[in-house]
Design a protein around this ligand. Structure first.
Ligand code: GLU
Length: 448
């Protein structure tokens, strides 16, 4: 782990003391603070205004009970969260995650990351995140609906198109957004399209939003490769996960001439040396909501590796697109040893700190999540723009905008890394560029 300078070390210790047990939040904060020494030296007003201390403290945290009836008529109780982290650049913006691992520390790490990610997009959006420890796996459609309605019956009072605008994340897709939006509309008696993003196309959604995180991440890696005079053409790629981010990462890599040989879910890994059959994956995951193991029963040459490690499969490009801390130091060392030249993070914080260090030391092209996966939330901001003007744009126009935004993020990170004497270090570039914009806005708004 990199050293923190003395002043920042004290701030970090205070974060540890005030937020005991929230290990993912500590990890996300530490990674940003490790980059800020030279920024504070250059901008004394940031230290004077205690910007770093303030940015680590959410503006508001909401925790609530979510009771619902399951199909057997039993009462179930989950916990709901919304952490409204920072509104200097715009209304709180960030997804909602439904997963049994969710607790305050997960939502705070995600909300903290979201501040800098959203800043990097150049769009007017602040940072927030929400979720619940509800496990959607194995639930009926009616159970999902009842849960979403109960969740929204509390959360609606904290939302608004100028206040806080949720979207999807792990376990929350178009279906869940629909149920939550419906309940919001019913309670408020307002058709407020801009209060949610990731909506269905018939009711205020944007084309390309579904594809945006995966497409954007692939565009970001394309830019990293381009800066090294390389391209996706003929590259062997591995994409972990098989949810929304993974599916559209695979799609765009294939369009750009790469071959994706593996993907996964929490049970195991699918390896298909012929290149993955994306239509089959879409049908299994998006339509039938099945496990990825079933892929192997449709393609005899494919192997299903039950509880296998996807990072053991040799590749040129790795795109971790499942969840936090899915790629550790040992995995990073294996990837580098096997000749991997680029890593683009579709998931949030998928690489552990020792894994990041290995990628940076090996000087491979490593695109950290808050830069590489910002295309999802950037396209959410494009959805908000369309809602505000009651307009809807074509697929080509919206995708071109997403591509431009990802090129802009790449350039900002690349140039900031050079300016701060660490060429090629996108972690430093993303953290510093994302932070400075928020910090200037916070200074301008006074002590609030
Ligand atoms: N959950 C996504 C993310 O991690 C998207 C958030 C959004 O669109 O608001 O950035």
């Amino acid at each position: 782990m990199a050293q923190l300078d003395e002043r920042i070390g004290e701030i970090y210790n205070e974060v540890l003391r005030r937020n005991p047990g929230e290990v993912e939040f500590h990890q996300a904060v530490r990674e940003v603070l490790e980059c800020l020494g030279p920024v504070l030296a250059k901008h004394p007003q940031f230290a004077h205004n205690k910007i770093v201390q303030r940015i680590c403290e959410p503006e508001r945290q909401i925790i609530f009970r979510v009771p619902w009836f399951d199909d057997q008529g039993n009462v179930q109780i989950n916990r709901g969260f919304r952490v409204e982290f920072n509104s200097s650049l715009g209304p709180y913006k960030g997804g909602i995650r439904f997963h049994p691992s969710v607790y305050l520390g997960i939502i705070k790490f995600l909300g903290f990351e979201q501040i800098f990610k959203n800043s990097l997009t150049g769009m007017p959006i602040g940072g927030g995140k929400g979720g619940s420890d509800f496990d959607p796996k194995g639930k009926s459609d009616n159970e999902i609906m009842r849960f979403c309605q109960s969740f929204m019956t509390e959360l609606y009072r904290h939302l608004g198109e100028y206040t806080d605008v949720p979207a999807g994340d792990i376990g929350v897709g178009g279906r869940e957004i629909g149920y939550m939006f419906g309940q919001y509309k019913r309670i408020t008696n307002r058709y407020e399209s801009g209060v949610f993003t990731g909506k269905g196309l018939a009711w205020g959604g944007s084309l390309v939003r579904t594809e945006a995180t995966g497409y954007g991440c692939t565009f970001f890696v394309r830019e990293m490769l381009k800066s090294r005079k390389q391209s996706f053409e003929g590259k062997r790629c591995v994409v972990s996960g098989s949810g929304n981010v993974a599916i559209y990462t695979i799609e765009k890599i294939q369009q750009l001439g790469g071959k994706v040989v593996a993907c996964s879910d929490s049970n195991g890994v699918i390896f298909d040396d012929n290149g993955l059959d994306l239509e089959l994956i879409k049908r299994l995951k998006e339509v039938e909501r099945r496990r990825i193991a079933e892929y192997a029963s449709h393609h005899k040459q494919a192997k299903y590796l039950e509880s296998g490690n996807i990072w053991d499969i040799p590749c040129d490009v790795a795109m971790p697109s499942a969840t936090q801390n899915e790629l550790n130091g040992k995995d990073a060392a294996t990837l580098v040893k096997n000749g991997c030249i680029a890593v683009g993070e579709g998931a949030n914080m998928p690489t552990t700190p020792d894994g990041i260090k290995i990628f940076l030391d090996a000087k491979i092209a490593y695109g950290p999540s808050k830069a590489a996966n910002a295309g999802g939330v950037a396209t959410s901001a494009l959805e908000m723009q369309q809602n505000a003007s009651r307009d809807s744009w074509s697929f080509e126009f919206t995708e071109a905008k997403l591509d431009q935004i990802m090129q802009g993020i790449h350039q900002s990170c690349y140039e900031t890394a050079e300016e701060y004497g660490a060429p090629g270090n996108y972690v430093l570039g993303a953290n510093i560029f994302g932070f400075i914009k928020v910090a200037h806005a916070m200074v301008a708004h006074g002590l609030i």
